[in-house]
Design a protein around this ligand. Structure first.
Ligand code: BES
Ligand code: MN
Ligand code: ZN
Length: 489
């Protein structure tokens, strides 16, 4: 694991393997070296712009040029990362560019980052850029992340805040990347308990017996097809002096075969990531606890493996959720909403001030919004809050409606609610999920549902993302909790 550091040295003084600076693009295809890197420019005789232009580096966002360091730089190499036009630089441009620069240093030992702009964004990009998942590689790789990344010109406070934030992101990424045979529900529960214990947080795990006693019919139905039984895990963060209480709920399907309504083989391997909501929610509470935010937070995650077998639930079954509502099952592949019906019901029993659930719920969210934007549903103020803060963290979301016609399709003739639209109509596919979930959230409770089926994982490296788990939307959830705190004071 890379150590994140801070230092007050100037870029030209950093005695590291690689020093990274930024450069802006201009109208003339020649990059602009920022004033803050004038010491580095001086080591190139003031000709750094021209040198970069010669090798075709124009300062476009997230492009990296690698140069041997001349005399006058204490580092061995200089990496220049493009920031695009200076007027367009925002925190997301910085995070992406810095992370791309740091990823380009893999295989080198020590790195310093001297990119100007918002401190937290630069440090976040630096930290996220160090991520690599190699738990299952037995060969010694040569592109290992650097031992240390020093962010120049920042403070101890920013570095420790960013470490707290990215620890949650990395936990969420690691869990998503872990193959389903290493993360079946009982194992995942144990891992969550271990992570919570480390920070002294209270955890409670309900096993199959406890789920039966508690009437968690949705979770038992989905988990019933697997030999590795379901679990409901709750983490309680209760700092001194806290007043408000935020509930986080996550979908934790450790593998989704679809069950009896079996998925086609093509792409099924991706369904090891169907616990991304649970991983993110746990990651977020870990970050919140590390930050010591003075607010009560409870994370509730429902863990199950959706398998076809002689003990699996069937289309046509009627299942009773924790809050007593009956559900007509139409498709066992709509399992996320089944386990969430219980987790939402349980979370609401604590009477929190607001509830946010996160789930890789529907392929419809990916069809409508693409792979990098989450779909938002819920009460208007909360979806707006998540969308606004997601824009700031770079974890984009878009609020979706609750149309009458889609609601109408979710009425069941034999149970309180239909799991999917009657006749499995595809109309408003993502919306069906959110409408179903609303039956398990008290009407007056501020609530947002975050459908992360698209952004939970990435099929390639991009900015601060690498192929696999993204840790989306851990940083947004932390921002949401901080927003509640800011409102209070
Ligand atoms: N886990 C899937 C949704 C999903 C799809 C996540 C693609 C990530 C990428 C979910 O359990 C599912 O199977 N949803 C069905 C619902 C349908 C049966 C009503 C879907 O989206 O098709
Ligand atoms: Mn499914
Ligand atoms: Zn699923």
């Amino acid at each position: 694991m890379t150590e994140l550091r801070f230092d007050s040295a100037a870029a030209q003084e950093a005695a590291v393997d690689v020093v990274i600076i930024g450069a802006y693009s201009s109208d003339e295809s020649v990059p602009v070296i920022p004033e803050s890197a004038s010491g580095v420019n001086a080591a190139f005789g003031g000709e750094l712009s021209a040198r970069l232009a010669e090798i075709g580096h124009e300062g476009s966002a997230s492009t990296v040029a690698k140069l041997p360091a001349p005399d006058g730089l204490a580092a061995n190499s200089l990496f220049v990362v493009g920031l695009g036009a200076q007027d367009d630089v925002d925190t997301e441009v910085l995070r992406r560019a810095v992370a791309t620069g740091v990823r380009a240093t893999f295989g080198r030992d020590t790195v310093a980052v001297a990119v100007e702009g918002d401190d937290e964004a630069v440090a976040t990009g630096a930290s996220l850029g160090t991520y690599k998942f190699d738990d299952f590689k037995t060969d010694e790789a040569d592109d290992v992340p650097p031992q240390s990344v020093t962010v120049l010109g920042t403070t101890a406070e920013v570095v420790s805040r960013v470490e707290a934030l990215t620890a949650g992101v990395f936990a969420a990424r690691d869990w998503l990347n872990t193959p389903a045979n290493y993360l079946r529900p009982p194992m995942f529960a144990t891992e969550i308990e271990r992570a919570a214990d480390e920070l002294g947080l209270e955890v409670e795990t309900l096993d199959v017996e406890a789920l039966k006693t508690g009437g968690y019919g949705g979770t038992l139905a989905v988990g019933g097809g697997s030999e590795a039984g379901p679990r409901l895990v709750r983490i309680m963060y209760r700092p001194d002096g806290a007043d408000k209480h935020i509930a986080l709920v996550g979908k934790g399907i450790t593998f989704d075969t679809g069950g009896i309504s079996l998925k086609p083989p093509q792409g099924m391997w991706d369904m090891k990531g169907d616990m991304g909501g649970a991983g993110a929610v746990v990651g977020a509470i870990l970050s919140i606890a590390r930050l010591g935010l003075p607010i009560n937070v409870t994370a509730t995650v429902a863990l199950a493996e959706n398998m076809p077998s002689g003990s699996a639930y069937r289309p046509g079954d009627v299942v009773t959720a924790r809050n007593g509502k009956t559900i007509e099952v139409l498709n066992t592949d709509a399992e996320g909403r089944m386990v969430l019906s219980d987790a939402l019901s349980r979370a609401a029993e604590d009477e929190p001030d607001a509830l946010y659930d996160v789930a890789t719920l529907t392929g419809g969210a990916v069809i409508s919004l693409g792979a990098r934007t989450m779909g938002l549903m819920g009460t208007p103020a909360e979806t707006a809050r998540v969308q606004r803060l997601g824009d700031e963290t770079g974890e984009r979301g878009w609020a979706m409606p609750f149309p009458e016609d889609v609601k109408k399709n979710m009425e069941s003739s034999i149970a309180d609610v239909s799991q999917c639209a009657q006749g499995m109509k595809r109309d408003g596919h993502m919306l069906q999920g959110g409408i179903f979930l609303s039956h398990f959230v008290p009407e007056a409770l501020p609530w947002a549902h975050l459908d992360i089926a698209g952004p939970a994982d990435s099929d390639s490296a991009f900015g601060y993302l690498v192929k696999g788990g993204t840790g989306f939307p851990v940083r947004t959830l932390v921002a949401v909790v901080e927003d509640w705190l800011a409102e209070q004071s």
